[in-house]
Ligand binder design. Structure first.
Ligand SMILES: [Fe+2]
Ligand SMILES: [Fe+2]
Length: 185
């Protein structure tokens, strides 16, 4: 169990690390993922504190070149140990962060929760329009960006791990289908 002081240090560290991230991966994203992660963890029998901290730190290396999951896992583990967090706790957080940007058939419950918490918003009409589409359009231009955003929608929809996230995404799927049909026109 982390102390209030340790939690404050984690938030401070996270905010500092993500300052240079693109506008879709700054602290507001981490906070939203953390809220989802706590809710999913409670429903799915994962450790809520591991999920919350993994969510708060999962994109701390997003602005660096290379694999931001692996780099973020190492940096988060080192930081958690430096503030006196338990070794097993730091390892569990690092594992979830390591796999948040990689496919895996053998996820820990916390890794499953982090993956789903990170992806759920972009599978809703609001998240798709305000986050997924602008992100890919800025990277690839209008035509290719839209194709990629639609591809990613189905990619992540099929790869949700938890029943809770699948149910929530399912509630939006009818509207998402109509939206995608309109966007393809
Ligand atoms: Fe990420
Ligand atoms: Fe993320």
């Amino acid at each position: 169990m982390l102390t209030r002081g340790q939690k404050e240090k984690i938030i401070e560290f996270s905010k500092k690390c993500v300052e240079k991230n693109d506008r879709w991966h700054r602290f507001d994203h981490l906070e939203m993922v953390a809220q989802n992660a706590i809710m999913f963890a409670k429903k799915e029998g994962a450790d809520p504190e591991v999920c919350e901290v993994a969510a708060l730190l999962h994109d701390i290396c997003k602005a660096e070149p290379g694999d931001h999951g692996t780099a973020g896992a190492c940096k988060a583990r080192e930081f958690l140990l430096s503030i006196g967090a338990d070794g097993a706790f730091a390892d569990a957080v690092a594992e979830a962060i390591h796999f948040h940007d990689k496919e895996s058939r053998d996820r820990s419950p916390e890794s499953a929760v982090l993956w789903d918490s990170d992806k759920l918003y972009i599978l809703t009409p609001k998240g798709f329009v305000t986050r997924m589409c602008p992100f890919w359009l800025a990277k690839l231009g209008e035509e290719e960006g839209l194709k990629k955003a639609i591809y990613e929608y189905y990619f992540f929809l099929e790869r949700l791990n938890t029943k809770t996230a699948r149910e929530l995404a399912g509630k939006h799927s009818g509207l998402m289908e109509r939206l995608i049909k309109e966007l393809k026109k």
